[in-house]
Write a protein that binds this ligand. Sequence first.
Ligand code: THU
Length: 127
Amino acid sequence: MMKLALAAKERAYAPYSRFSVGACIRAESGRLYAGCNVENAAYPQGQCAEASAIAAMVAGGDRRIVEIVIVGDGEALCAPCGGCRQRLNEFADGTMSVHMAGPQGVRQTAKLGDLLPLAFGPHNLAT
Ligand code: THU
């Protein structure tokens, strides 16, 4: 997963922030899906690496995330943004593992439920 996340990070399109991120999801089927951030001159149209990996997963036919590796540079831990925590929650429960990594490897692992407590999710809308 780390290798795929790093390969995606290398291909990130981040000319504005110069902050490349790669992500790799392991889905319930066992398949792996990678993605990178893709920025845009109209800044709000940029997309996070996690969102790209989720899109690849859905297009690949999976719907449940078991774990994700997110790789970013810098001294500070590259934790998923608030919006991506919500995006991950759509396809996972609170037990899914979020591995936050630098280029050298995983620095910290957390459960999604700890990163996004009391989440609003699909269960709120189920009839
Ligand atoms: N970014 C991600 O792709 N994932 C994260 O978890 C944090 C931030 C991207 C968005 C933007 O392209 C760049 O990093 C700087 O915010």
